[in-house]
Design a protein around this ligand. Structure first.
Ligand code: UP5
Ligand code: MG
Length: 196
């Protein structure tokens, strides 16, 4: 892994802030590879024979953070596969790192991030989006009880990561309350300032 060859942008924001929605738009326009840590964990959970399936299921329902060894390994595997198969080297890593130990481990053992795209959104807006999505998503954590736990984890455990990157001048903050297209216009303008 080397920062000359691989570009990593972390995408953070509370549950339901719109990380996945905005990443899909960025992929279409910029050709990034989008890797959602949550999606990778859900895939691993459902993979027959996975030794981590039950554990992941419990953590996701409780809105707590899966031990980093598992998540970092899934991300590294996905990055390797992308580079070999698609020859892509620009990654949007969505929903990770959400705990300081993960941030430090990834930047030390994989590659330092270029910056973090942070979607700022109030809880009442995020809650409404998630409850609405929960009607059809089938996600085990899109219910009022799990959402409350996810918010608590986000504030207590994940915001310190954003604050640390912010202190390093590595956060691009976008307000995420408007429509997806309006938010995306802000994203494009702000990442351009960072040379993307
Ligand atoms: N929507 C999106 N943008 C909108 C807008 N501007 N206006 C109106 N509606 C908008 O969007 C959520 C919903 O809102 C959708 O219905 C969308 O249409 C609408 P989405 O883009 O999916 O938001 P996102 O921020 O991606 O929300 P998500 O629910 O995926 O966030 P989480 O961070 O909670 O979920 P994630 O999958 O990343 O993690 C799930 C769990 O996995 C964690 O709680 C944790 O237990 C575990 N995990 C780890 O343990 N470690 C990790 O490193 C990562 C995850
Ligand atoms: Mg998501």
């Amino acid at each position: 892994w080397s920062a000359d060859k691989v570009t990593v942008i972390f995408v953070l924001g509370g549950p339901g802030a719109g990380k996945g929605t905005q990443c899909a738009k960025l992929v279409a326009d910029y050709g990034f590879k989008h890797l959602s840590a949550g999606d990778l964990l859900r895939e691993e959970q459902d993979r027959p024979g996975s030794e981590f399936g039950e554990m992941i299921k419990t953590y996701i329902k409780e809105g707590t953070i899966v031990p980093m060894e598992v998540t970092v390994q899934l991300l590294e595997n996905a990055m390797k596969a992308t580079m070999e198969q698609d020859n892509k080297h620009m990654f949007l890593i969505d929903g990770f790192p959400r705990k300081l130990d993960q941030a430090h481990a990834f930047e030390r053992s994989v590659v330092p991030s270029k910056f973090t795209l942070f979607f700022d959104c109030p809880e009442d807006v995020m809650q409404e989006r998630l409850l609405n999505r929960g009607k059809t998503s089938g996600r085990a954590d899109d219910n009022a009880e799990s959402i409350k736990k996810r918010f608590k984890t986000f504030v207590e455990t994940s915001m310190p990561v954003v604050n640390e990157f912010e202190a390093q001048g590595k956060v691009v903050k976008v307000t995420a309350t408007k429509s997806p297209d309006e938010v995306y216009n802000d994203v494009k303008a702000k990442i351009k300032e960072r040379g993307v």
